[in-house]
Design a protein around this ligand. Structure first.
Ligand code: ABU
Length: 500
């Protein structure tokens, strides 16, 4: 009975062991019951409420903060309700984002990490985690195809920050004065990305004082791959206009279409022009672990830096993003500030293991343990298996939709990644002759169907417009729990809500 018990009676209070044990076991029960529901395909993915309903409070669940302590009974109710009104992102029918799934070993890793509650900036307070990070980075370097001992890297708070790191170090490598003198001390610079690349490049350009106008979007082909001749043309144009190109970001697995830029070709161009080549493989990096699919990233070994998010295709709990850089020492010289209170050079151990001065943050969360633990539990071949299975599901959906009336694929080529983009076209929309009117109506279909599915809580899938294409669904697979029956369910569910 926790109704008369308060947090003050838990450890470190005197004799608090028993209460702490009972309270934590109760929390584990709540979590385990949620985990079981997550894996029960017939349970709801979500119990949707509007923001104003949550703000107003729901049956005994108030988000307002009290002045007086509440009982541990209430705290347990709050834990239960927080999960109840959230979204089961590990549910086999949750397809909304690139990061899905709930890996049990990864979860155990996250629990342990929270228990250890330490910081990645120095070896002295995170010795085991720091060494694990070194070992995992080395493994990732090898998988990318970089020679032993030549590379470096850091785990960062997400792919956007990893991409920001890449621009930061590329600019520093070319114009080291920027670190102390700022942008005023260097020429006008420009960077190049595909028009389908992630918006984090623009964000980083704004943050780094480069300016979003100097992020040049390079045209893509029908599949969403950067066209190398277009890159050449844009580079020449920029030079003519007096900008100095210094960096190209190629994407391995674009967010919407899952396209892979032709990395080897882009590497040739970067080499010819002396440009830094970054590969944003946040989404596609996982395919490097698959013998069947890794060829799609051919040429990545020639990159100067790579972003790779294990929290996407590898199914590691959020968040877990690696920034890999080929030149050793660059990250540190770019970001080092030598704060004497943390990074004393006269410590009793090898201070090369203090990673804090490589980072743009001070405090850094331990994201490495869950990945390390999962890698131990699955082996590289376990990741390969789960990635191949997700790819098979994408192929299954693609051929299913190809045969199905009222569904139209956005791209008529087999998926390269697990992204499958499509429209559901109700008969009443199909029969509209005037294209502009048909598109106007079709644009409203996906949001409406999605809203109905969310209200019922049956499944979640994302949608977006793209260029001249009106709203379409984007299916992605990264959850090892998803089966063909869940794919069938989604298709039926869209049809059930969408048909006239
Ligand atoms: N780039 C972050 C992930 C976006 C998505 O899940 O669609």
């Amino acid at each position: 009975n926790f109704s008369n018990m308060y947090s003050s009676e838990l450890l470190p209070s005197r004799n608090g062991e028993k209460n702490t044990e009972q309270f934590l076991l109760e929390v584990v029960n709540i979590l385990f019951s949620y985990i079981k529901k997550t894996y029960d395909g017939n349970s709801k993915v979500l119990d949707f409420h509007h923001p104003h309903q949550l703000l107003e409070g729901l049956e005994g669940f108030s988000l307002e903060l009290p002045d007086q302590p509440e009982s541990l009974e209430q705290i347990l109710v709050d834990c239960r309700d927080t999960l109840k009104y959230g979204v089961k992102t590990g549910h086999p029918r949750y397809f909304n984002q690139l990061s899905t799934g709930l890996d049990i070993v990864g979860l155990a890793g996250e629990w342990l990490t929270a228990t250890a509650n330490t910081n990645m900036f120095t070896y002295e307070i995170a010795p085991v985690f720091i060494v694990m990070e070194k070992i995992i980075l080395k493994k990732m370097h090898e998988i990318v195809g970089w020679g032993e001992n030549e590379a470096d890297g850091i785990f960062s708070p997400g792919g956007s920050i990893s991409n920001l790191y890449s621009i930061l170090v590329a600019r520093y490598k070319r114009f080291p004065a920027v670190k102390t003198k700022g942008m005023a001390a260097i020429p006008r610079i420009a960077l190049f990305v595909s028009e389908h690349s992630h918006y984090s490049t623009q964000k980083a350009a704004a943050v780094l004082g480069i300016g979003t106008d100097y992020v040049i979007a390079v045209k893509c082909d029908e599949r969403g791959k950067m066209i190398p001749s277009e890159l050449e043309a844009r580079l020449q144009e920029a030079e003519k206009e007096g900008y100095i190109p210094f960096y190209v970001s190629a994407t391995a697995g674009t967010t919407v279409f899952g396209a892979f830029d032709p990395l080897a070709h882009i590497a040739d161009i970067c080499e010819k022009h002396g440009l830094w080549m970054h590969v944003d493989a946040a989404w596609g990096g996982g395919l490097l672990l698959s013998k069947k699919h890794s060829f799609k990233l051919g040429g990545i070994e020639r990159a100067n830096s790579v972003t790779w998010n294990p929290h996407k295709m590898m199914g590691v709990p959020l968040q877990c993003s690696a920034f890999l850089v080929r030149e050793k020492g660059l990250l540190e010289s770019c970001n080092q500030q030598c704060a004497a209170y943390l990074f004393q050079s006269d410590k009793q151990y090898n201070v090369d293991f203090d990673t804090g001065d490589k980072a743009i943050q001070c405090g850094r969360h331990v994201d490495i343990f869950k990945l390390w633990l999962m890698w131990k539990a699955k082996g590289s071949c376990g990741f390969e298996l789960q990635i191949n299975r997700c790819m098979e599901l994408a192929e299954y959906l693609y051929y299913k939709l190809k045969r199905r009336e009222n569904f139209q694929l956005v791209q008529n080529t087999e998926p390269e990644h697990t992204n499958v983009c499509f429209w559901y076209i109700p008969a009443s929309v199909k029969q509209i002759q005037l294209a502009s009117e048909r598109n106007r109506k079709l644009h409203k279909v996906a949001p409406k169907i999605k809203a109905m599915m969310m209200e019922e809580g049956t499944t979640m899938v994302s949608y977006q417009p793209y260029g001249d294409k009106v709203n379409f669904f984007r299916m992605v697979f990264s959850n090892p729990a998803t089966r063909k029956s869940d794919v069938d369910f989604l298709v039926e569910e869209i049809e059930r809500h969408g048909k006239d």
